[in-house]
Design a binder for this molecule. Structure first.
Ligand SMILES: Nc1nc2c(c(=O)[nH]1)N[C@H]1C(S)=C(S)[C@@H](COP(=O)(O)OP(=O)(O)OC[C@H]3O[C@@H](n4cnc5c(=O)[nH]c(N)nc54)[C@H](O)[C@@H]3O)O[C@H]1N2
Ligand SMILES: Nc1nc2c(c(=O)[nH]1)N[C@H]1C(S)=C(S)[C@@H](COP(=O)(O)OP(=O)(O)OC[C@H]3O[C@@H](n4cnc5c(=O)[nH]c(N)nc54)[C@H](O)[C@@H]3O)O[C@H]1N2
Ligand SMILES: [Mo]
Length: 761
């Protein structure tokens, strides 16, 4: 392991060199370069890397370093087939690293687990579908099945999947978004009537300021850096709130602009970088509003009174809450001084049009819904919603996580959606609420749920309380994973387990001798087509729609649709979507035109689909504290707040390598980033190994061991480790109020010297 401050800018030659390294590593250089050229082009595939949007009419190649990695790893020629499994027992595979599992290549043929031999063995597609049908039909209630979705699934796959599960009779749709932007959906739906962002890409051209909260775009949304640097160059102010100094938010060299590359020029991205405490953003925004309110009370012209009067409700209660909040509380919780918060308020007030973006640093806390509504309150005070160049922008993660929701992957569907399904398909869908991720784990643990089906993803690695989730899954009668790559979830077998290999975004998908396209929706509600271009050995794989149709046909017969007919031509699926979901009427034509089509957003039109038909100010007290005072006292103040985040060389649970380039960390992932003074105060030095134990108040010991300390520029008392290595520290019961999102960014822990288990024996 080594660490060294990264002196370069984000992007630049470093990104190019890394792209080249990953291209060369993937054996199939020419093919992969061709793939990259087709990424996010009008007749290619949507980049599976992230959900940032496309600049329309751009002539540059629209891919980034991390998108390139995602494409390359999918397009590998290595195969995991029955032969591979014959030589690798599951108990042995379980001991290998996530990196090893991923590196074995693409899952190539359907396999079923044999507990006698401890091996996955070949099974025909039909036998696999029949086994699923038999298990589902044997359940006492359809609510004993869990239908998990990860956000790479296309709209077409997601729509069929929800139709299958709802016809069976359940709304159990645990979804990766429960762990991701759920709080954004919940908060915005209540406040502005629509659970999605209100801006489009064009708005970034007119913004005077962009506030970026809790997000690391250099690694996780690299194409966003291009948007931010363009805005910065024309003089827009970019203000970042992040406890870690993230290089991608500081300076950026655009690899697609030759002059910047040749001159070593870089654009300064962030004008003002604030480093709040973990979970301190609500307090910081509350402080900003307090400053601005005081000014408004003097002059009466700071807030946009006309907008407030015409469009909002609840201001008085909110202002009472603001006035009641003490500066002492704000400063302690945010970790920012009153002067810093005043400076942030100045920057906000000086800018006419403000966009606020955010990601996991905001959504994975106990008070995330409140924090997002606090951010919304600030924007509403200034009429910064539904105006050109201004708005709210939750930046989604998985490339189609937003679309999956639109298609009905939702454990609490609204009545209008269910009614529409009933009209189109002539059956009564279940009306009662289903399970989200946390509830599905609880149901499997208690034995209530018996079948787990995953449309993509890596459930056991992505969810909290890893050993408990593993136990939950292994108690199931049947687990089914529809996947492209081998991962830990597939090795956490139930009484019966199937792995069903599917085509990925980049693969050519032939049905009935015709190549098919699918559609996806980005963070800006743009829906567009995606068509694979890679010709490779996918003989034994099926597309996601074909697998879902196969399961549904075996389970339900021709109900409520002729499944096998519908998937012969995906236009037929789109016709069904068009009939069912508002905004999709012209789906078949719209998705194929250049740039796709815009779904629209009522809040962006200043139409408020809330109960009061107004945008709603929401008033809450700040949390008393981020970690409980009794915990603090019990640990003699040695308590730390841990966040779990992504390195530059990973895609969620997929580990591409051990290089966290912009943070200068290399060679190991079992690390803790900590303020140098904290390291010293604990009596340690850099690179010492420590054990980390969570302080959740129950009887379970949650501990990870042998992590190395790395000095890092972050406020004292706040530390960071990588996801998924640190997931065993997150208690299942520690989730966001109203969102049920695991609190992956606030985990109270204590740090002790590493005790080598072997040395005790
Ligand atoms: N290459 C790559 N791209 C990805 C992914 C990937 O794993 N790899 N994952 C995709 C997915 S699913 C998602 S959801 C997105 C995730 O994108 P991000 O949200 O950028 O992901 P994280 O690594 O979790 O980073 C969270 C950032 O928030 C900061 N942060 C943490 N807690 C707080 C807080 O309390 N306040 C503030 N202000 N900041 C805080 C952290 O320091 C870090 O910079 O990326 C998507 N894109
Ligand atoms: N501690 C902690 N935990 C977290 C987070 C965190 O920040 N901290 N972040 C959370 C977030 S934001 C998210 S979104 C979740 C992610 O949770 P998931 O979406 O469940 O996890 P991924 O790692 O994205 O899933 C990777 C697997 O998906 C499969 N796959 C890839 N492409 C395809 C495809 O096209 N089709 C199919 N069927 N399968 C495919 C491959 O088998 C691969 O191994 O994790 C959450 N967990
Ligand atoms: Mo995510």
């Amino acid at each position: 392991m080594s660490y060294k401050e990264y002196k370069g800018s984000a992007g630049g030659w470093g990104a190019l060199a890394s792209t080249a390294k990953h291209l060369l590593k993937s054996e199939n250089v020419a093919k992969n370069i061709r793939n990259l050229l087709k990424t996010n082009q009008d007749h290619g595939f949507d980049c599976p890397g992230c959900a940032w949007g496309e600049q329309t009419h751009s002539t540059t190649f629209r891919f980034c370093e991390n998108g390139a990695k995602a494409v390359n790893w999918e397009a590998t020629s290595r195969r995991v087939d029955a032969n591979f499994f014959a030589g690798h027992p599951v108990s042995w595979l379980k001991k290998q690293s996530d990196y090893y599992l991923e590196y074995q290549g693409r899952l190539a043929e359907p396999v079923v687990y044999n507990p006698v031999t401890d091996l996955y063995e070949a099974i025909s597609w039909q036998q696999a579908f029949d086994l699923i049908a038999e298990q589902l039909n044997a359940l006492e209630s359809p609510d004993q099945a869990e239908f998990y979705t990860s956000g790479r699934a296309s709209n077409e796959a997601a729509f069929l999947y929800q139709l299958f599960a709802r016809k069976l009779g359940t709304n159990n749709f645990p979804d990766c978004s429960n762990m991701c932007h759920e709080a954004s959906g919940v908060a915005l739906k209540q406040a502005i009537g629509v659970g999605k962002g209100t801006v489009t890409m064009d708005d970034f051209d007119d913004a005077d300021a962009i506030f970026v909260f809790g997000q690391n775009p250099g690694t996780n949304h690299p194409r966003m850096l291009e948007t931010l640097s363009t805005a910065a160059k024309r003089g827009a102010k970019i203000i970042s709130f992040n406890p870690l100094k993230e290089r991608g938010l500081e300076r950026f060299t655009n690899p697609q602009v030759p002059t910047e590359m040749l001159t070593g020029g870089a654009t300064k991205i962030t004008q003002q970088y604030f480093t709040p405490n973990l979970g301190g953003d609500m307090a910081a925004v509350r402080g900003m509003v307090k400053v601005l309110l005081a000014r408004h009370q003097q002059t009466n012209d700071v807030f946009d009174q006309a907008f407030i009067d015409q469009h909002t409700q609840g201001l008085a209660d909110y202002l009472i809450a603001v006035e009641a909040t003490q500066w002492q509380h704000i400063v302690t919780q945010s970790g920012l001084s009153e002067a810093q918060i005043t400076q942030a308020a100045d920057l906000y007030q000086q800018s006419k049009n403000v966009i606020i973006t955010w990601a996991m640093g905001i959504t994975q806390h106990k008070h995330s819904v409140e924090t997002i509504q606090e951010i919304t309150n600030l924007q509403l005070l200034f009429g910064n919603v539904g105006r050109k160049g201004a708005g709210l922008c939750p930046v989604r993660g998985h490339s189609n996580v937003q679309g999956d929701r639109t298609m009905g992957i939702n454990e609490k569907p609204d009545a209008a959606f269910l009614h529409s399904l009933e009209e189109t398909f002539s059956f009564k869908p279940p009306q009662h609420q289903g399970h989200n991720v946390v509830q599905s784990i609880e149901a499997m643990l208690s034995g209530k749920s018996k079948v787990f089906i995953a449309l993509g993803g890596n459930f056991v690695a992505a969810t909290p309380d890893t050993p408990i989730t593993e136990q939950a899954l292994s108690q199931c009668e049947l687990t089914v994973s529809i996947a492209t790559k081998l991962n830990r979830t597939h090795l956490t077998v139930g009484k019966k387990s199937l792995i069903l290999p599917c085509l990925g975004r980049t693969d050519i998908d032939m049905q009935n001798n015709n190549p098919q396209s699918v559609t996806v929706e980005d963070s800006f509600s743009m829906v567009h087509a995606s068509q694979g271009v890679v010709k490779s050995d996918t003989a034994m794989m099926l597309s996601e729609p074909a697998i879902i149709a196969g399961m549904a046909q075996a389970t339900l017969g021709d109900q409520p649709i002729e499944w096998l007919k519908v998937i012969e031509d995906y236009d037929r699926i789109r016709d069904l979507i068009a009939k069912t979901i508002p905004g999709f009427k012209e789906m078949n034509q719209g998705s194929k035109q250049d740039g796709g089509f815009y779904l629209g957003n009522t809040a962006a039109q200043r139409v408020w689909s809330t109960a009061s038909a107004k945008a709603q100010f929401k008033a809450y007290d700040l949390p008393v504290s981020i970690v409980s005072e009794s915990q603090r006292a019990l640990t003699n103040n040695r308590i730390f707040v841990l966040q779990t985040l992504r390195s530059h060389d990973q895609y969620n649970t997929t580990i591409y390598g051990f290089e966290d380039r912009y943070r200068g960390i290399s060679g190991d992932r079992k690390i803790i980033m900590m303020h140098p003074k904290d390291i010293e105060d604990l009596g340690f030095k850099a690179e010492d190994r420590v054990d980390v134990e969570a302080l959740w108040p129950d009887d379970v010991t949650r501990k990870v061991t042998g992590f190395q300390l790395i000095p890092y520029d972050t406020p004292r008392g706040n530390i960071a480790a990588y996801f998924p290595e640190a997931n065993p520290l997150v208690a299942l019961a520690s989730y966001g109020k109203g969102s049920f999102t695991p609190t992956s960014k606030t985990i109270a822990v204590v740090i002790t010297a590493h005790v080598d288990a072997e040395s005790i024996i």
